[in-house]
Write a protein that binds this ligand. Structure first.
Ligand SMILES: Nc1ncnc2c1ncn2[C@@H]1O[C@H](COP(=O)(O)OP(=O)(O)O)[C@@H](O)[C@H]1O
Ligand SMILES: [Mg+2]
Length: 513
């Protein structure tokens, strides 16, 4: 059954007329059926306009005036008498020609082609390009279709961005990504959690990764007490490099020089040595008069604050990095809860872990047999704008630029993508775009998305929590999706699992490749 007919076309825009009262939404996907050959064009509604059949230009304005005057007199406005003249025009942008194959649109549908709503079968072509890391269902406007959507593991080393204004569903999406990874056991996923929301949900009514009941696939590290099994967080002093400290503090040239010289003189133990030794001892070791007492003291004070907690161990064996890398290479989800740390310490942990993973994978690259065995590893960073504002410097920027080759991907979560360096953001091939209120944030994504999302500005502004567009080079167009609400999805999956207990494995969505 069709809802409208095409009234105007260019290759980039399809307009169609609908009868009065026919519901239509921005973001809805529709099918235009053209000619007798049954060519199908998939289009997405970008805008909706009012129209009326009338000879005078201002007929609608005049009519509205008549109605208002009638309202004032408390008279009856007879809308029925004009309904036949009224219509809406849907303004759509073509996504492509669908059928067995998907083709970009290079032609236009015939005049007066019929327009209808889509059915699941119309999306058959999409299955091939969607992936196994399931996050939600296909969405047309706000209608959720029974069609699972996920991203492919191939997307991991090409980096993933999750961008939305606060409250639009970033954390919920992260939990879904982690849940899928735990089920698949095919990818390593490191979740750095500075807000303490992923282990148990953080607040009442919310659920976390521990509630997934997949304990074999989840390894937890935390610096605060958790209700369940976890490991405490330690990194070895020998794993911390000057560059890591530079991420945390501003150093003057003299201070940097001093640290370099201390590293040269003391070797692996330089950090603990600066902390433990007195200023005269250090001066003596590095050469009298070479470094100002003030310089040494500033560096010492900063290290002191790092050593204050039981975070940095002098014993390299006490470090968690090797354990974490092993778990990731075993296809597990590793959650590192740093929610009770100060920002400096939290960033230090994130930096040291990320560097260790990246360098391990890089080292394995030399041995092809070994390298082929390791799964892609995804490192998720909250508030990613903090460490990705500059194209150079941090290990995160380095991973964004070089990680692809070494099976190491970043998953940047941010409410302010505009603060991320544009060169870095262009390295993020898969973007989850959720509701974004800020115009400049949307602009940045428009410019860096691997698909043309320039026409989706209306839609992105109207997205509700959990509604997203996935732009990636792996799909033919930006795919609209409704992310599962994690809590609801867990309950539903548990109920389904109960019902299908006779099966060996719960069929969880479809696996596409
Ligand atoms: N996929 C979704 N479906 C339904 N509601 C959602 C969805 N994602 C988020 N929400 C709602 O929005 C709230 C905020 O989501 P959250 O993931 O914490 O946002 P953010 O991390 O972006 O601030 C959630 O508590 C939930 O009520
Ligand atoms: Mg959040």
């Amino acid at each position: 059954l069709h809802i409208g007919r095409v009234v105007g076309n260019s290759v980039m825009e399809t307009r169609f007329r609908m009868n009065f009262g026919e519901p239509l939404q921005v973001g809805e996907m529709l099918v235009v059926e053209s000619g007798t050959a049954g060519e199908r064009y998939l289009v997405r509604v970008m805008d909706i306009e009012h129209g009326a059949d009338a000879d005078e230009m201002n007929w609608m304005v005049t009519k509205a005036g008549q109605f208002l005057r009638l309202d004032a007199l408390e008279g009856e406005c007879d809308l029925n008498s004009v309904k036949g003249q009224l219509f809406c025009t849907g303004v759509c942008s073509p996504l492509g020609c669908v059928g067995k194959e998907f083709r970009k649109t290079k032609s236009i549908p015939h005049h007066f082609s019929t327009v209808r709503r889509t059915t699941i079968d119309d999306y058959e072509f999409l299955k091939r390009s969607l992936g196994d890391i399931q996050v939600g269902n296909l969405r047309s406007g706000d209608q959720v279709l029974d069609f699972p959507v996920g991203i492919s593991g191939k997307a991991i080393p090409h980096h993933i961005g999750i961008f939305a204004t606060t409250g639009m569903g970033k954390s919920n999406l992260m939990k879904n990504l982690a849940l899928s990874c735990m089920r698949l056991r095919r990818y390593g996923f490191l979740v750095l959690d500075p807000h303490g929301e992923y282990y148990d949900g953080g607040e009442s009514g919310k659920k976390g990764l521990k509630h997934a009941g997949l304990n074999d696939a989840l390894v937890v590290f935390s610096s605060r007490k958790l209700d369940g099994p976890y490991n405490t967080i330690h990194v070895a002093a020998s794993e911390i490099q000057i560059a890591d400290l530079e991420n945390l503090y501003e150093f003057t040239g003299a201070q940097l020089e001093f640290m370099q010289s201390a590293q040269y003189r003391f070797g692996e133990t330089w950090l603990t040595d600066i902390n433990d030794k007195t200023v005269p001892e250090i001066t003596k070791a590095l050469g009298e008069g070479k470094y100002h007492e003030g310089t040494i003291n500033v560096v010492k004070r900063r290290l002191e604050s790092l050593f204050r907690f039981d975070l940095i161990s002098r014993d390299p064996k006490l470090s968690i990095t090797t354990h974490i890398i092993d778990c990731l290479h075993d296809g597990k989800v590793v959650l590192v809860d740093t929610s009770n740390m100060y920002e400096t310490e939290e960033l230090l942990i994130s930096t040291v872990l990320s560097r260790a993973i990246f360098e391990k994978n890089k080292a394995l690259y030399a041995d092809k047999a070994q390298f082929d065995k390791i799964p892609p590893v995804l490192i998720a960073l909250e508030e990613a704008q903090r460490v990705l504002t500059e194209a150079k410097g941090t290990v995160f920027a380095q991973i964004a630029r070089e990680g692809r080759k070494f099976k190491t991907g970043l998953c940047a979560v941010s409410q302010q993508p505009k603060l991320i360096d544009s060169e870095i953001i262009s390295q993020f091939n898969t973007l989850f775009i959720l509701g974004l209120a800020d115009k400049r944030d949307r602009e940045i994504l428009r410019n860096s998305a691997k698909q043309d999302v320039s026409q989706l500005d209306n839609e992105i502004q109207m997205l509700m929590p959990g509604e997203a567009l996935i732009a990636s080079p792996f799909t033919p167009f930006a795919v609209p999706v409704k992310i599962h609400l994690y809590e609801e999805y867990l309950t539903k999956a548990a109920a389904e699992g109960e019902a299908k207990k006779t099966f060996k494995k719960t069929p969880v969505g479809a696996t596409f490749y």
